[in-house]
Each structure stands twice: as C-alpha cells, then as structure tokens.
Design a protein around this ligand. Structure first.
Ligand SMILES: [Cu+2]
Length: 288
C-alpha cells in the first residue's frame, strides 16, 4: 500500500511524498523457505518530477527504510534511489497538432480541419536512468544472530557423564562472527571445547571463542569443536530435545534445539518424513 501527496501548484516542478507499506506473508509450498519470507516494511519516499519538455518529465525519488519487522533472515536495502525520464508520445498524428496542448488539439478535432485520423492511444515511454540500492545491508530479527545452525545433536552418556554437543554453524553475513558461549537451562555447566591430538595424546582444551568466517561454516563434531555439557539438572535421555542458547560477540543470540542421541550415534537422526527407501530394513510401504 502506498499513500502519497503531490504539490501541483507549479506543474513544471512537482514535489511528492509517499509512504510505502508492504506486508508479506510467508511463502507456501513444499520447497518454500517458510521461515525467512514473511514481514512488514515501510519506506518513506520523498521525490519530485520536473517537466523538461512538453512531453518529457524527469523524475527522481529515494526510499528510506523507516520500519521493518521481518521473520528469520532477509536482505533488505536501507535506502534506494531511482531517477528516470518519462516521455508521453503525442496522441496527434500531424506535425501541426503534435505541437498543440491537449486542450487546443481536442478543440481542433471537434472542428476537423487537422488530423483526419483519430488520435492514437496515449502511450508513455519510461526510461529508467538509474536505480541504485545505496546501502543494501541485511536486516535481521532483533537480537538474532545472522547464523544458521543445523544438524544439532548431543551424544548422551549414561550415569550423568559429560555429554558432547555438536552442530554445523553457517554465517549468513559478510563479516566474521565469534561464538563466545553456549548455555542451557538443562545443564549446570556448558563449556566450549576443542579436541586436540598431540602425538598419542588427545586432550580437550577450553576455547573462549570460535570464529565463523564471513559466509563460511564451522563444524562442531566428534574429534573437534564441541560443547561439553555437564551437571544435568534433570533426567535427560536419548530421544529428548535440549535447547541451547548460543551467544555471539556483540550480544546476539541463537536458540538451537539439540537432539539427544545414544552413545553409539555419529550424527543427528534423519529428519522426520525423510524418504527411507533403499535403506536396509526400511521399506517404502509398497512391499516387494
Ligand atoms: Cu570436551
């Protein structure tokens, strides 16, 4: 929806002011990204048009983002600018009439001394000279880090032994991001560790931060980075989900659900609804 005002006091120079509101619901469909498509944005758009010839107008406007509430992670320019030239083809067919104003020519048609053919439909050619996104910077949900976590799982061990938390982290932004802590209400102690092998000895070293490169990924996996989860506050067992909040330098956070798996697991369970055809012992229900 756009609302606007034009001041036509001086027809040669017309300033205008618009507010453009866009409300979009989430994309639908099996392959749609339903998490990162909905939102509301508002632009404030001052502009003007300038008559440069009888049939030609130069116009320009800028759009300044004044409000955004977007789900998930979406890219949005904070400011855009557009400038262009519009030309209205003369509706009249003879050279003499083409130089007349609309009112003058219409009068002539009523007393047909010129232009035996009817006027062609008025057509406009719009030539866009420049449209530029001045600063296209990502807009993220407030306080939410531009990081995606996937394949998050915990290797559970019996008797309250420390469990390892693993995941893939992907940085969606153009700047490196440091993960500085991971905490969970379900565990009294959570520490980021890195497993290092020196000769025959393997040891786990605490790490204060893990940097995810710009547009890059970091894997937390057995034998490498992991979140050491100790002092469970309740009974946790394979099949459970444990929420862990990741905190990044700068204060942004990301809450991730970790699947709790048995000691012999090597990764998260396959997603529900995944096609199991071809896997031993998992028929597709059609029999054979
Ligand atoms: Cu550890």
């Amino acid at each position: 929806m756009s609302l606007g005002l034009r001041d036509e006091t001086h027809p040669d120079v017309v300033p205008q002011l618009q507010v453009n509101l866009t409300r979009k619901s989430a994309d639908q469909g099996a392959l749609a990204d339903t998490l990162d498509t909905a939102g509301t944005i508002a632009y404030f758009s001052p502009g003007f048009s300038l008559r440069v010839a009888r049939s030609a107008q130069f116009y320009g406007f800028i759009q300044i983002l004044v409000y955004s509430r977007l789900d998930g992670y979406q890219l949005l320019p904070r400011c855009t600018a557009a400038a262009g030239l519009s030309y209205a083809f003369s509706p009249f067919n003879c050279g003499a009439c083409a130089d007349l104003s609309t009112e003058e020519a219409t009068t002539m048609f009523k007393t047909p001394t010129h232009c035996s053919k009817p006027p062609s439909r008025r057509a406009a050619l719009i030539l866009v000279l420049a449209t530029a996104a001045l600063t296209a910077s990502p807009v993220f949900a407030a306080n939410s880090a531009p990081v995606r976590a996937s394949n998050a799982w915990i290797r559970w061990l019996p008797a309250g032994l420390p469990a390892g938390g693993y995941m893939q982290l992907r940085n969606l932004s153009a700047k490196p991001i440091d993960l500085v802590s991971a905490t969970s209400a379900d565990y009294g102690s959570t520490v980021m560790h890195h497993t290092v092998t020196k000769g025959n000895a393997t040891e786990m070293l605490p790490v204060a931060r893990v940097t995810i490169p710009a547009h890059g990924s970091v894997a937390f996996q057995p034998g490498g980075y992991h979140i050491m989860l100790m002092q469970p506050k309740k009974t946790i067992q394979p099949g459970d989900q444990v929420p862990i909040t990741l905190k990044f330098a700068g204060g942004t956070t990301l809450r991730v659900e970790f699947q709790v798996r048995k000691p012999d697991a090597t990764g998260p369970a396959p997603a529900a609804g995944m096609n199991m055809r071809g896997m031993p012992g998992m028929g597709d229900g059609q029999g054979k």
